[in-house]
Design a protein around this ligand. Structure first.
Ligand code: SF4
Length: 353
């Protein structure tokens, strides 16, 4: 059955797979790496736009390594998951400075680079260097779970181990890149999460989920992690010279290296009057005779381990000084990388009024 799987998959790939993507068939490790990092938690259509933009702006790993961080973050804006961008910069610099701008051709060395996990290392190793490492991601796990009728939850420790082992056995060791691309494409276009195309599927004869009517029950998912709830009040304050106070986020927290307005974080949303009575408000604004003029509706963003809600708050007078923040002209704000939570608001209210 395992031999049949690989044979049928490769035949399907040769005869029927017509999925096109700009990086498909690519053997340049820099381009493969870039596309894989951009595509993590990103739809292909959106990822394609960013991939093409990054290749045009930073055509080589050296160009990316030498680019100012602010420029890279600015061009990443909208993709989210900014730790990916931080790791992208760190890895580009490591390859440029430690490896003379040449990607290492060994799986373990790839895996040791920032932001490169087993999936990306296997993709680069197999596509660029024809090394026998199988990719395993949600697409692959879904296909294998259905075909072999595996109920072990994906995402669990036992599931991860099992899917890795099976993937390694199924891999066509002579053509690992072709096999890996084929199973990715098969999962994305045929054995889709919802409404898989079973009636057109070359695997249906041996597929356990199809034969037993279990396609909707597989794969079994591990319980979702509990998300920490955080509430951000962003004060949009003018310096008195048509400038807004912003700062770069530092410390080990979400959105590191991105910019933000004056932040007050609370455990929950509070009414305007309560907000004005907080120590934070009194010490930064209230003692200067400043009050809240209005507050935006609530904005929300869900991250992998956190759910953020918050509002944008306007003050009725200029704020002439604020330690830790810098005044930036309203026209120049567009040049700073902000998290999606803030750019979403700026799109709704471009003039920040
Ligand atoms: S028959 Fe359906 S569930 Fe089974 S591998 Fe094909 S598309 Fe997936």
């Amino acid at each position: 059955m395992r031999n049949e799987f690989t044979k049928n998959l490769l035949e399907w790939n040769r005869d029927l797979n017509n999925r096109l993507m700009p990086w498909k068939g690519e053997s340049d490790p820099y381009r493969i790496w870039l596309s894989e990092i951009i595509l993590q938690q990103t739809r292909v259509e959106q990822g394609t736009r960013y991939y093409e933009k990054f290749i045009a702006l930073f055509p080589t790993v050296k160009a990316l390594a030498e680019a100012p961080e602010k420029e890279v973050f600015k061009n990443w804006e909208g993709l989210g998951y900014y730790s990916r961008c931080r790791n992208l910069i760190a890895t580009a610099r490591k390859i440029a400075w430690n490896y003379g701008s040449i990607f290492p051709a060994a799986y373990d060395e790839l895996l040791a680079l920032p932001g490169i996990g087993p999936y990306t290392a296997a993709a680069i190793a197999s596509f660029a260097f024809s090394l026998p490492y199988a990719v395993v991601d949600g697409n692959v796990e879904r296909v294998l779970s259905r075909y072999f009728g595996i109920s072990t939850p994906v995402g669990s420790a036992a599931g991860k181990k099992m899917y890795k082992e099976i993937s390694g056995e199924l891999l066509d060791k002579k053509n690992p890149g072709v096999y890996n691309q084929a199973i990715m494409d098969f999962g994305a276009t045929i054995c889709k999460p919802l409404n898989p195309l079973c009636s057109h599927c070359v695997m249906s004869k041996d597929c356990q989920a199809f034969q037993l009517g279990r396609t909707n029950q597989l794969p079994v998912k591990a319980a979702a992690p509990l998300r920490k709830k955080r509430c951000f009040y962003y004060f949009i304050a003018d310096s008195g010279k048509n400038e807004i106070w912003i700062r770069e986020r530092a410390g080990k927290d979400i959105w590191q290296n991105l910019y933000e307005f004056i932040l007050y974080e609370t455990g929950k949303l509070v009414p305007k009057e309560t907000l004005q009575k907080t120590n934070f408000f009194r010490e930064n604004f209230g003692d200067k005779g400043i009050r809240i003029s209005h507050i935006s509706p609530v904005y929300k963003q869900t991250l992998t381990h956190q759910s953020i809600s918050g509002c944008f708050v306007y003050l009725d007078k200029a704020l002439h000084h604020l330690s830790g923040y810098q005044p930036v002209s309203r026209d120049q704000l567009i040049n700073y990388p902000f998290p999606k939570f803030i750019t979403g608001y700026m799109k709704d209210f471009p003039s920040l009024r």
